[in-house]
Write a protein that binds this ligand. Structure first.
Ligand code: ZN
Length: 387
């Protein structure tokens, strides 16, 4: 392995700590959920140090410029140049900016978490990685596993489109097609994850993924001259971007680099909105809802494993969780394309919520933007909403 580009953190005290009961696992145990109670694991024993803006300006234009805030050093031969995506103005909404995360190496924001997770897999010397996803997360993990020369298996529902399967195979991943639902696919992956030496590169369960998605907000903060917008509008299925954004906002606040947390406004698809329903009803955990098919398939998650954390994070920031209909997503998708921005339907959900006025973004701003939303996945990765 080549030397790191920038110094990495001391991980001697780092561990995975259960969010429910506090039980700890060493990183090398390759645990993906709590061995005592089954709860989700967070990263403990790591202190983020966000570099000052003056130092950042001389660093390479990748997310690894935030060394010190990331729980692992950059392995120079794994990076695909991910990060530092552009910010552009939104069509027809003053004070709203869009962050063009579909310009990441595999076409979605998931590269932020996948590269950090794969860097850990490489450092631990694991013989193989597995992932489960029918969409952007699986593609991202497969690409970085290929880059790191770690054998990778990706579990996908049997109904996954041939184009996505072809992309996974092109990266060299072994594709396991599982009959039944998305939940059946996850169950098959979890069973395989129990085999010794297997690194379950789960974007949902592994907290290193969230420390990668954190860079979305660190970049925003830097790009806006050391400020954040009033509202962060973010898609929420499994909530990996919501939780990463929350982590970054907390770290910026703790280090005195911002004076208040931005409100997080999470957006779900109306056909599958367990978090929006729980938020509305004041519940601490995702609501039990029936899920229908939606064109925003990337956020259609009936039982998000980190749902309680997402709800708590949004409430702490004074934010909200809303749901948009397929018609609203379809219109937003078309509107973005007419403004030169071709995204997958899921990536239009946040814009749909803003356009529909579902999110209070305050008055026209003085010195900071009212809201920023990500364009999180490329339109070239999925079928158009009207096909
Ligand atoms: Zn536990």
């Amino acid at each position: 392995m080549r030397a790191s580009v920038l110094p990495g953190p001391d991980l001697a005290d780092a561990a995975l700590c259960c969010a429910v009961c506090g039980h700890r696992h060493a990183l090398a145990e390759l645990a993906w959920r709590c061995g005592a109670c089954g709860g989700v694991l967070d990263l403990a024993g790591f202190t983020s140090v966000i570099p000052p803006v003056a130092v950042l300006s001389g660093r390479p234009a990748t997310l690894w410029r935030y060394a010190g805030a990331l729980p692992i050093a950059e392995p120079a031969d794994i990076s695909l140049g991910e990060g530092m995506t552009p910010l552009v103005s939104a069509p027809d909404l003053p004070g709203v900016l869009l962050k063009v995360d579909y310009l990441m190496p595999t076409g979605s924001f998931k590269d932020r978490g996948a590269v950090v997770l794969t860097a850990l897999a490489r450092q631990l010397g694991v013989p193989r990685m597995i992932a489960d996803s029918s969409g952007n997360a699986g593609t991202a993990i497969a690409a970085y596993a290929a880059r790191a020369r770690i054998p990778c298996e990706v579990y996908v529902p049997a109904a996954t489109s041939p184009g996505k399967v072809a992309q996974l195979r092109a990266y060299g991943a072994t594709v396991r097609q599982v009959p039944g639902s998305r939940e059946d696919t996850a169950a098959a992956a979890m069973q395989a994850a129990g085999q010794p030496g297997t690194f379950y590169a789960s974007h949902v369960y592994h907290p290193f993924f969230l420390h990668g998605t954190k860079t979305y907000v660190l970049e925003l903060w830097e790009q806006l001259g050391g400020r954040l917008p009033t509202v962060l509008v973010l898609p929420a299925g499994n909530g990996t971007l919501v939780l990463g954004a929350y982590l970054a906002s907390r770290e910026l606040l703790a280090q005195g680099l911002i004076s208040q947390l931005p409100a997080i406004a999470a957006v779900q698809a109306a056909g599958c909105a367990p978090l929006a329903s729980a938020f509305r009803r004041g519940l601490a955990a995702p609501d039990e809802v029936a899920c229908e098919e939606t064109i925003a398939e990337g956020i259609a998650i009936a039982r998000p494993a980190r749902g309680a954390q997402i709800l708590a994070a949004v409430r702490e920031t004074g934010g909200t969780i809303v749901a948009v209909s397929d018609d609203q997503v379809r219109d937003a998708h078309a509107g973005l394309a007419r403004a030169g921005l071709y995204v997958e339907p899921t990536a239009a959900a946040c814009w749909a919520a803003l356009r529909a006025g579902l999110i209070d973004i305050g008055p026209v701003p003085g010195d900071r933007p009212r809201a920023v939303a990500p364009l999180c996945g490329s339109g070239l990765k999925s079928k158009p909403p009207d096909s």
